[in-house]
Ligand binder design. Structure first.
Ligand SMILES: Cc1cc2nc3c(=O)[nH]c(=O)nc-3n(C[C@H](O)[C@H](O)[C@H](O)COP(=O)(O)OP(=O)(O)OC[C@H]3O[C@@H](n4cnc5c(N)ncnc54)[C@H](O)[C@@H]3O)c2cc1C
Length: 570
């Protein structure tokens, strides 16, 4: 019997365990296996294999039962995820339905999740702007949160490393606020976007309109072809999964790459319950899971553990990993676990029309758009709110086709629509300040279908966010007016936190173990063989989309962990 137990334990023992197979977990798996470690990837959702498990990727609009729309039944049953623009008939299979995995909204929070192999990397919008020192130095300079233990220079080589592999399109714009990367050719502009760029450049020294940097292969390099990925076809139905691998997802890129090493064991349907801490050894020894099919609890063991369950779920796993030594959650000596959660303020937008360039229109599609990097409070504090916002921008020619009729007449009118003026618009992407009062915790009473405590989320906007919305509306109105746009309308949709899908923090990095959970290597201060490299580790949020930074941090952290492991330090 004793021997059987030893055998079973040996069978369940790996060099490394990765929890979660989304953007950050995929990178951890790729890097760990690439360095020769036998790695177990535990994923709570089902398997989604590249190409074969994208059921709607070739579906034409008329082939959908509801022409791509959500039915009233689906909307009524899913009031939260129905708010997400990317949730529609063709993508339903990749989103967690509201009733499936309940959580408690102490304050309104729209939690958008993807529980499957690949996580949210299947449905993301692929914007990949680097962060800069204006972001990493923010908390220290402006006196909020705690100082980041790293600076841009620590991440720069890792940004380059992940960009080359993932395939990032962009233009080298030479801006201090938005460092350039290893770019594939940029996407094209249309004439009204160019017009706006020139008008802004002519009026403001510190405001720039650039083409977004995005995880699309505009010109495949050998490393992309080796992954079996090809040039992006500009189909702009990315969220259904791309059979060309034209955009970066774990499913098309990092996970199959890790599998090819022969070192990865991928275990879908494995809901991680907690991380096991051995009091005698003073280290984590493994992970407890609940098999989603059998509901049985099982244990797996490893030398090092990477936690990549996405920001709020990584908080949940650590909070649920209690022991005599850590009664309030693994590594939580400081008491900050679950606190200082922040997100992006996407509430504001602006739209207008432009009556110039009426001799031109656009042709084709583009899975990307122009981007305005942050310009407020960059070099000095100049407003009555802290930090600032970036903005998206786009211009489209309005076309009206007469959809009456059938057959050849209908085709003719669809092919030759009546062209109206140009419609222009922008949306805000604001930094929010991490605060102790914005937190997540385990609910004392309610459990999920696996018997794991439900997450209680208590996150809200504050006065700083309201002021920022107002400033965005005023500044963008000024810029739109300068560009000759008319019929300008601003909005504040007062959306709930969460719908930005950029929640971060709760397991923040910092220099001081008394006020932070992780050190500069994303390693728990108090449990040296546990690393957390997803959004939960972010000390502050910047204004840029965060996933590229998670990728770079994951690769950097694995590099450190494996070196430390070889030296016997973890
Ligand atoms: C519509 C949409 C648009 C977006 N656009 C952008 C964008 O343009 N740019 C950008 O940077 N970001 C964007 N994001 C956000 C981006 O998708 C996330 O930041 C990114 O996926 C986070 O990576 P992750 O590895 O932390 O989490 P995920 O990719 O969500 O992966 C986490 C994985 O962990 C698994 N998991 C969770 N809990 C457990 C557990 N207990 N046990 C085992 N497994 C578990 C999940 O099932 C999931 O597979 C967007 C997201 C969406 C949905």
């Amino acid at each position: 019997m004793a021997n059987l137990n030893i055998d079973a334990k040996a069978q369940n023992t790996y060099d490394a365990i990765v929890i979660g197979s989304g953007i950050s977990g995929g990178w951890a798996a790729k890097e760990l296996t690439g360095k020769g470690l036998r790695t177990l990837v535990l994923e709570r959702g089902r398997d989604v294999r590249h190409v074969t498990d994208y059921p709607t990727t070739m579906t034409q609009p008329w082939e959908f039962e509801h022409r791509g729309q959500l039915t009233k039944e689906v909307k009524d049953a899913n009031p939260i995820i129905s708010k997400c623009y990317a949730f529609y008939e063709g993508t339903q299979q990749f989103f967690v339905k509201d009733a499936e995995h309940p959580y408690i909204q102490e304050k309104p929070f729209d939690w958008i999740r993807g529980y499957q192999v690949g996580g949210k990397s299947l449905m993301w919008a692929r914007q990949t702007q680097r962060w800069s020192d204006f972001d990493f130095e923010g908390p220290a300079r402006d006196g909020f949160a705690v100082d980041w233990p790293i600076r841009y220079a620590d991440l720069a080589p890792w940004y380059s490393y992940v960009e080359r592999f993932a395939g990032i399109t962009g233009n080298k714009d030479g801006l201090a606020t938005l460092p350039d990367g290893e770019f594939l050719p940029p996407h094209e502009w249309n004439c009204v976007e160019k017009h706006f760029q020139q008008k802004v450049a002519g009026r403001y020294k510190d405001r720039h309109v650039i083409m977004g940097r995005a995880a699309h292969i505009t010109k495949p390099q050998p490393i992309h072809l080796q992954q079996g990925r090809a040039q992006c076809q500009h189909r702009t139905i990315c969220e259904r999964g791309c059979p060309f691998g034209g955009y970066f997802s774990s499913n098309s890129s990092t996970i199959p790459w890790a599998a090819r090493t022969g070192k990865m064991t991928l275990r879908p349907d494995s809901v991680v319950h907690s991380i096991i801490y051995d009091e005698q050894k003073g280290r984590a020894t493994g992970v407890r899971i609940i098999d989603a099919n059998t509901k049985q609890m099982q244990e797996f063991y490893a030398r090092i553990i990477f936690l990549n369950a996405a920001a709020l779920n990584s908080n949940l796993v650590l909070l649920n990993s209690t022991s005599h030594r850590f009664p309030n959650g693994l590594g939580n000596d400081s008491g900050v676990l679950g606190k200082y959660v922040a997100f992006h303020n996407y509430r504001a937008g602006i739209s207008a029309q432009y009556d110039g360039n009426l001799d031109s229109t656009t042709d084709g599609r583009r899975p990307n758009g122009p981007y305005i990097p942050r310009f407020r409070n960059v070099y000095k504090q100049e407003t009555d709110f802290l930090r600032g916002y970036a903005a998206g921008f786009s211009a489209n020619r309005v076309s009206r086709s007469n959809q009456d009729g059938i057959g050849a007449d209908l085709k003719q009118s669809l092919l030759n629509p009546e062209l109206g003026g140009w419609s222009v618009g922008s949306h805000m992407m604001g930094e929010t300040i991490p605060k102790e009062t914005n937190y997540v915790a385990l609910d004392a009473n309610q459990k999920d279908p696996f018997g794991i405590p439900q997450l209680k989320i208590s996150i809200a906007y504050d006065d700083n966010d309201d002021k920022m919305v107002k400033d965005y509306q005023e500044q963008m109105t000024e810029m739109f007016t300068a560009a000759g746009f008319t019929n300008i309308r601003v909005r504040d949709d007062r959306r709930n936190p969460g719908l930005d899908i950029h929640e971060m923090g709760g397991v923040r990095m910092g220099k001081d173990p008394k006020t932070s959970m992780l050190n500069k290597w994303n390693q728990l201060h108090a449990v040296k063989n546990v690393f957390v490299t997803d959004g939960s580790s972010m000390t502050s949020t910047s204004t840029q989309n965060p996933s590229l930074t998670y990728m770079a941090m994951s690769a950097r952290s694995v590099d450190y962990a494996v070196k430390a492991m070889k030296k016997g330090l973890v």
